[in-house]
Design a protein around this ligand. Structure first.
Ligand SMILES: Cc1ncc(COP(=O)(O)O)c(C=O)c1O
Length: 425
C-alpha cells in the first residue's frame, strides 16, 4: 500500500470516492455497535458466578464474624491476598468496599480537608493547586482532579511511561503541584508499561511541594493478555522507602475486573504513616466495610495462584478481541502513514492515533454509521486533546463479530478524514 502523503491530488480524490462508497455501504447496514466503555463482557462475568453460592452458611473470618460491624480496614485474608497481588506487606493494605475509584476520591478529599503529613495547610486552601496528568489517560481520574479544583497539566506519555524530564522539572520548581496520576502497568488507554527507570525517578525526584503525592492506580496488575509475555513493575512502596521518600505513594487496586465490577473489593496500600492517618478518618467515616463480600472473595480466590488461574481464563476470552482489533487495523491502515497504535500486552484498551485534527471528525463519522466510540478528547483533562488525534478503542465488551464490523467502520472513517484533510477540506 502506498502512503497517502505520496499520492497526487487526483489519486487522493479517487481514493476519497472509493472510501465514500464504502462508507455509504456501511451506513446502509444500520449498525448499532458500542465500543465506548471498558467493561468486562458477560462471558467474563460468568467466570465468577460460582462465587455467589460459595459462602453457604459461612460467615467467619480469622478475625471474627463478618456479618457484624467492625474490622474497619478489611479482614486479614483479603488484605493478605491483595498483599500477594501487589507484592507488598498486608500491614500496608486497607481493603474496602467495591470501588478503588471511591478510595482515590476519598483520599484526595482527605488531603483537601486535612492536608497530608507534611502539609502546612489543607489542599483546599492552596490557591492555584495543580496536578500532573499523563496523557492520554483515564477520564475518571481527570474528573476527580477537575472537580476538586486542580489545574491539570498534561504530561506526554511514551512507551516507558510519562515524560520524566518534564515531570522532574515541573515538580522541582512549583510547590503548588501537589500530585500526579499514574497508571503504571498497561496504562489506560495505550497499554504502556512504566520502566524501572521511570518508577525509580518518580519516587526519587525532588519536589518543591513537601507533601507531593503519587496516586498509583495499579488497576491492571494481574490483567495480562499473554502467559509468556507479561509486563511487570517494581513494588513502588519499597522503592519509595529505599529512595527516602516513604510517604510519596498511595497505591490502589481492585477486583472489579477480576470478579465483578460494582461488587468486587478495592484496596489502598501505602506506608505505615500515611495509612495511620487515613485510618483515623476511615474509622470515623464507616463502622466497617462489606466483610461478607470480602469473605466471599477469599473463599473463591484463596491465594495469588487462584487469581492467576482466573485471569488466564479472562485472557482467553479477551485475546481474540484484542487480536481482532489489531488485525483489522493492520489490514486497513498499515503503510498508509496516517495512523499508529500500540498493541498492548494487557489492560483494557487500545489507543489509536490518527492524523492530527481529525479524531473528533472520525468519531462523529463513525457514530453516523452506527458505531459509538469514546468521545474524542475524553482521554485528556477537560476533554481537550490538543492535537485532536487520539481515539480510545474499548474491545472487551462487544463480541468479536461486532468488533470486526465496528473497527472496519472506524478504519474507513480514519482514511476518509485523512484524505479530506490532505485535500484541504
Ligand atoms: C484505570 C482504572 N482505574 C480504576 C477504575 C475503577 O475501578 P473500580 O471499579 O475499582 O472503582 C477503572 C475502571 O474502569 C480503570 O480503568
Amino acid at each position: 500500500m502506498r502512503s497517502y502523503s505520496e499520492l497526487s491530488r487526483e489519486d487522493l480524490a479517487a481514493e476519497r470516492q472509493v472510501l465514500l462508497d464504502q462508507y455509504n455501504l456501511l451506513q446502509g447496514l444500520n449498525l448499532k455497535l458500542d465500543m465506548t466503555r471498558g467493561k468486562p463482557g458477560a462471558e467474563q462475568l460468568d467466570l465468577s458466578k460460582s462465587m455467589n453460592q460459595i459462602l453457604g452458611d459461612e460467615y467467619l473470618s480469622e478475625e471474627g464474624d463478618c456479618r457484624n460491624y467492625g474490622i474497619a480496614y478489611g479482614i486479614k485474608e483479603i488484605r493478605d491476598l491483595f498483599a500477594q497481588i501487589l507484592d507488598t506487606n498486608s500491614e500496608l493494605v486497607i481493603a474496602g468496599n467495591n470501588s478503588s475509584l471511591s478510595m482515590m476520591f476519598d483520599t484526595l478529599m482527605r488531603s483537601m480537608i486535612y492536608g497530608e503529613i507534611e502539609s502546612d495547610k489543607p489542599w483546599a486552601f492552596v490557591e492555584k493547586r495543580k496536578w500532573l496528568c499523563p496523557v492520554p489517560g483515564y477520564d475518571r481520574h481527570f474528573a476527580i482532579t477537575r472537580d476538586l479544583g486542580f489545574e491539570m497539566i498534561n504530561i506526554p506519555m511514551n512507551d516507558n511511561g510519562p515524560d520524566m524530564d518534564m515531570v522532574e522539572s515541573l515538580v522541582a520548581s512549583d510547590s503548588s503541584i501537589k500530585g500526579m496520576w499514574c497508571l503504571p502497568l498497561y496504562s489506560n488507554p495505550d497499554g504502556y508499561i512504566y520502566s524501572e527507570e521511570t518508577c525509580r525517578r518518580l519516587v526519587s525526584m525532588k519536589t518543591a511541594a513537601p507533601d507531593f503525592r503519587i496516586f498509583w492506580d495499579n488497576a491492571y496488575v494481574v490483567h495480562h493478555l499473554y502467559e509468556d509475555n507479561q509486563g511487570s513493575i517494581p513494588d513502588i512502596l519499597s522503592l519509595a522507602q529505599n529512595m527516602n521518600n516513604p510517604n510519596r505513594v498511595y497505591q490502589f487496586a481492585s477486583m472489579s475486573k477480576i470478579t465483578f465490577p460494582g461488587s468486587g473489593i478495592a484496596c489502598m496500600s501505602s506506608n505505615q504513616d500515611n495509612l495511620a492517618r487515613a485510618q483515623k478518618y476511615l474509622a470515623t467515616r464507616s463502622i466497617g466495610p462489606d466483610k461478607m463480600n470480602q469473605l466471599r472473595h477469599v473463599k473463591y480466590l484463596p491465594n495469588l495462584d487462584a487469581v492467576k488461574i482466573l485471569m488466564k481464563k479472562h485472557a482467553q476470552l479477551l485475546l481474540p478481541k484484542f487480536k481482532a482489533v489489531d488485525d483489522i487495523l493492520n489490514q486497513e491502515l498499515n503503510g498508509l502513514d496516517i495512523a499508529s497504535w500500540h498493541s498492548p500486552l494487557g489492560g483494557y484498551f487500545i489507543s489509536l492515533y490518527v492524523v492530527d485534527g481529525t479524531a473528533k471528525k472520525v468519531v462523529k463519522m463513525a457514530k453516523e454509521a452506527g458505531v459509538a466510540l469514546t468521545p474524542a478528547g475524553a482521554t485528556f483533562p477537560y476533554g481537550v486533546d490538543p492535537r485532536d488525534n487520539n481515539i480510545r478503542i474499548a474491545p472487551t465488551f462487544p463480541s468479536v463479530d461486532d468488533i470486526n464490523k465496528a473497527v472496519k467502520v472506524l478504519t474507513v472513517c480514519v482514511k476518509l478524514a485523512a484524505v479530506e484533510k490532505l485535500l484541504g477540506e
